[in-house]
Design a protein around this ligand. Structure first.
Ligand SMILES: [Zn+2]
Ligand SMILES: [Zn+2]
Length: 256
């Protein structure tokens, strides 16, 4: 499995891009940085986007991706999310006000965008050979993690979350887990802000990682660090011992 880091920060600047990861060139996990990081040709190869929740830093590039896809003549871009996420995208994003409703704009091969609602914990087909499950996590709006099964093993993506339980239960039983993309946002001294906004600090992350069983040594790739607090969070993460952890860097590729 090939994993590309398109965006891995909890904010944006010329050196920071918001959450987006690409699996085997065809499945995107969130859309914080797709069009700003991929050529037109590579954008067209993206068949599906799994959206963890409707916050702008995770969905914004759906706008330009849909627009380009329409002019490219397809194929249909399939956007998956739990019910609340899809409802928000319909009402507040592809609503013919903020942006055209690309679910009703056709290409020669079908609609430009298809919004697909998935139920938490139910397995669904994402693309040929790829299945996924959504698992609800703890954030300020309905948010899910995803566990994606690929022909070369599974990868898990936490979405935005603070301390949570069910995700770790599901992961502890996941077969052939190759990597975990895990959020951490604020430094420990901003724990009140992290708690109020449904995010992790290094301290709460260390406690949550202990809930993961029977996945010893799974590569844990950290993302969503707030750019303003980058140095402080990285320093505090360095104190967590005994984990196979790495901080994601823009443009990195992993073969898992
Ligand atoms: Zn969020
Ligand atoms: Zn976010």
């Amino acid at each position: 499995m090939e994993l590309s880091i398109l965006g891995c920060h909890g904010g944006e600047s010329s050196k920071h891009k918001t959450s987006s990861f690409l699996v085997d060139g065809v499945i995107a996990l969130d859309a914080g940085a797709i069009t700003s990081m991929l050529s037109l040709e590579d954008q067209r190869a993206v068949r599906s986007v799994l959206v963890s929740h409707a916050h702008l830093d995770h969905v914004k590039d759906l706008a330009a991706l849909a627009d380009n896809r329409c002019q490219q003549g397809g194929p249909t871009l399939r956007v998956f999310g739990v019910p609340a996420t899809i409802a928000i995208l319909r009402e507040h994003f592809f609503n013919d006000l903020v942006w055209p409703d690309f679910t009703r704009i056709a290409t020669p091969v079908g609609p430009t965008v298809e919004l697909v609602t998935v139920e938490p914990e139910a397995t669904f087909a994402v693309a040929d050979g790829y299945e996924a499950r959504a698992v609800l996590v703890h954030h300020t709006i309905d948010t899910c993690a995803f566990v994606v099964d690929t022909p070369a093993g599974a990868i898990a993506y936490s979405g935005d979350t603070g301390p949570t339980d069910r995700f770790w239960e599901v992961l502890s039983g996941a077969a052939d887990l190759r990597a975990l993309l895990m959020e951490v946002s604020f430094p420990d001294e901003h724990h009140a802000l992290a708690k109020a906004s449904g995010h992790h600090t290094p301290e709460t992350l260390a406690v949550d990682l202990d809930k993961l069983h029977d996945q010893n040594g799974v590569p844990t790739l950290l993302y969503h660090i707030k750019p303003v607090f980058e140095a402080a969070v990285e320093k505090q993460l360095a104190r967590i011992r005994g984990r196979n952890m790495e901080i994601c860097r823009l443009g990195e590729q992993f073969i898992l």
